[in-house]
Structure formats: structure tokens, C-alpha cells
Ligand binder design. Structure first.
Ligand code: DAH
Length: 342
């Protein structure tokens, strides 16, 4: 092919392209514009691509001139397309990025949401608040005194075993240089509250506790408990059962039955395991009992004058039961697809 023929072919291409892009502008039609773009600039079989083949057929010495011309035409076609696109999308000369069609729906910002455990904590606080219990907090780094001693758990008790607790390698700040640890239970807060106030007491405390348990579907090294404490005159186990039943019914829905099974905790006497009946099965949710006189004495109360009840339940268990979650690990592996359901 001669250089002249090649150039003539390119000129024809520019001429027909300008007509066709002009048509697209006149029709103000995105579809026509796109078709025109593919017809001329399409990467596979566009007319420009077709013309490029002629480049290989011109004589060797004409190649530089032919190539230069080809590149000019390519730029020209791209300009024609861009200009038509700008007019059709209403962006004028400024280009695509600033073209704004105010009639299109807006882009919805993605909102985060509250974690199911935090939702559960908020709801449990609300329920207990309606029953007259004030929500209080306690530290997650505790000392021997609040986690064990004052709760009537003596030094030789297996619950204090280093293998069952996260002891910290730092010096204790209070109570005679004992150990510090990540608290293994929220019962610590009972002591902190009673040390600082006088009966009547009616509190709940919800928060994290830590145990070096092997992780599986029902165990995690960190979980949450709800701790309740009521101290007053003439408190009985009937009060405890009534409060727990109201609590369970409010959270799980319907009239939930409560079952007490005899148990042992150093800080309550008598002690019970608390089961709730859920769809014909009894499920264990935690422990409870009447506050042990030794605990009342440890904080300077007179067990001859006041009595109290306490309970500690697993927040994850409640949340999992209510939502039908069957593996605690789902709650903590930060999979937003899972968490977004709640
Ligand atoms: N602290 C106990 C635990 O973590 C649960 C518990 C049992 C709390 C009896 C109480 C209670 O307040 O009275 O296993």
C-alpha cells in the first residue's frame, strides 16, 4: 500500500468518525455514543484497529511518516469521542469526573453498627434498670483481694491456680502486695461496690472476664458476664428467683421458667446453678445464691442485720440463645458479613 493510500484511508476514517460522533451528540444518547465508540475505537475490531493493519503494508521508508499520521488520527478519534461524551453527560469541557447527574440516586454511606454482644449488654442493663438495679463498672485488671480473698476464696482454692488464670507480672498496688490478674469473674465488682457504699444495694455489672480456657464452640479466653447484687434486710432466695425469672422472660421472651440446682460457690451460701427452660430444654446460664456471711464481713457489713443475693450469668450464652448462634467464635472473628445480621 502506498503512503498516499494509507493517508487517504485515515482521512476518510476521521471524516466518518466526526459525522458519527456528531450524530450521537444530536441524539444525546449514551447507547449511540457507546456503539460509535466501539465502531471506531473498539480494541478488537474497531475501524482504527483495522486501519492499523495498513501500517504493516506500507513501504519500509514510508513507515515513520505513516506511523506519525496514524498516531495523530488515533488522538483525534479519542478527542472526538471525549468531546461527544462530555456533551452527552453534561460535563462540558471539564470532563467526566465532574459530570453530575442530580437525578441519579445518591451513594449511600456505609454505616457501621453495634456489635451483638454490646447490643445484648445494653438491653440487659435496660431490663435490670427497670427492676431498680443500677449499672456499675469495675476494673478488668484486679488484685487477689477482689478476685479471690474477699470473695471467700482462700489461697489453696483450685480457682486460684496459675494455670486457670491470667496472672500479670506486675507488682500489686493494694492489699499487701498480692498478685494482679485479668479478672476471672465479675463477682469482683460486688466487693468494690460494698467496700464503698452501705446497704441497701442493688447493682448490676456487665463486663469482660478472662480465663485461659481451650477455645471451642462454647469457650473463649475472654467472655462477658452479668453480675447482680442485692443487699438489704430480709432478702430471701424467693426474691432471687423472682428477679431472675423476670429478667429471663424480658430478655428471651415469653414466660421463661427458672430452675435452681444445688451447687457450691465460695461467696454464696446456699449456692445454685441457674437453668432456664428454653423450647423444652433446660439450659445452664450461670450461678447464684445468698451472699455468704464471710463476704459480708469482709466488706464490714453485719450479717446479723443484712442479707443479700447475687448472681452471675454468661452474656454470650444469653445472646447466642436468643439469636440461635451455635458457635461463640463467630462473635469474635470480626466477620462483618456475620455480624451485620444483628
Ligand atoms: N462468679 C461465678 C463464675 O464466674 C458466677 C457466680 C456464681 C456469680 C454465683 C455470683 C454467684 O454472683 O452468686 O462462675
Amino acid at each position: 500500500m502506498s503512503l498516499n493510500d494509507f493517508i487517504k484511508q485515515l482521512d476518510d476514517l476521521v471524516e466518518s468518525a466526526s459525522k458519527r460522533f456528531e450524530d450521537a451528540i444530536n441524539q444525546t444518547d449514551h447507547q449511540v455514543l457507546e456503539e460509535t465508540r466501539v465502531e471506531f475505537l473498539g480494541a478488537k475490531s474497531g475501524k482504527l484497529k483495522e486501519a492499523q493493519k495498513g501500517l504493516g503494508k506500507v513501504a519500509k521508508e514510508d513507515k515513520p511518516a505513516a506511523g506519525k499520521r496514524f498516531n495523530e488520527v488515533k488522538t483525534r478519534l479519542e478527542e472526538l469521542f471525549q468531546a461527544a461524551a462530555d456533551v452527552i453527560t453534561g460535563g462540558g469541557k471539564k470532563g467526566k469526573a465532574e459530570a453530575l447527574d442530580v437525578t441519579l440516586p445518591g451513594i449511600r454511606p456505609r454505616l457501621g453498627h453495634v456489635h451483638p454482644i454490646t447490643q445484648t449488654i445494653d438491653e440487659l442493663k435496660d431490663i435490670m434498670g427497670r427492676l431498680g438495679f443500677t449499672a456499675v463498672e469495675g476494673p478488668e485488671i484486679e488484685d487477689d483481694w477482689h478476685n479471690f480473698e474477699a470473695l471467700n476464696i482462700p489461697l489453696e482454692h483450685p480457682a486460684r491456680d496459675p494455670l486457670d488464670n491470667f496472672y500479670l507480672n506486675i507488682a500489686a498496688a493494694s492489699h499487701g502486695g498480692g498478685n494482679q490478674l485479668l479478672r476471672s469473674q465479675t463477682s469482683t465488682v460486688q466487693i468494690r461496690v460494698m467496700e464503698e457504699s452501705q446497704p441497701p444495694i442493688r447493682i448490676v455489672s456487665l463486663g469482660r472476664v478472662y480465663r485461659p480456657d481451650e477455645i471451642d464452640a462454647t469457650h473463649y479466653a475472654m467472655f462477658h458476664q452479668i453480675e447482680g447484687l442485692l443487699v438489704d434486710t430480709n432478702v430471701t432466695m424467693a426474691d432471687l428467683k423472682y428477679v431472675l425469672r423476670l429478667f429471663a422472660s424480658s430478655y428471651l421472651g415469653g414466660d421463661i421458667e427458672i430452675r435452681f440446682r444445688p451447687s457450691f460457690f465460695p461467696f454464696t451460701e446456699p449456692s445454685v446453678e441457674v437453668d432456664m427452660r428454653w423450647q423444652d430444654t433446660w439450659l445452664e446460664f450461670g450461678g447464684a445464691g445468698m451472699v455468704d456471711p464471710n463476704v459480708l464481713k469482709a466488706v464490714g457489713y453485719d450479717p446479723e442485720i443484712v442479707t443479700g443475693f447475687a448472681f452471675g450469668l454468661g452474656v454470650e450464652r444469653l445472646c447466642m440463645r436468643r439469636h440461635g448462634i451455635n458457635d461463640i467464635r463467630y462473635l469474635y472473628d470480626s466477620n462483618t458479613k456475620f455480624l451485620a445480621q444483628f
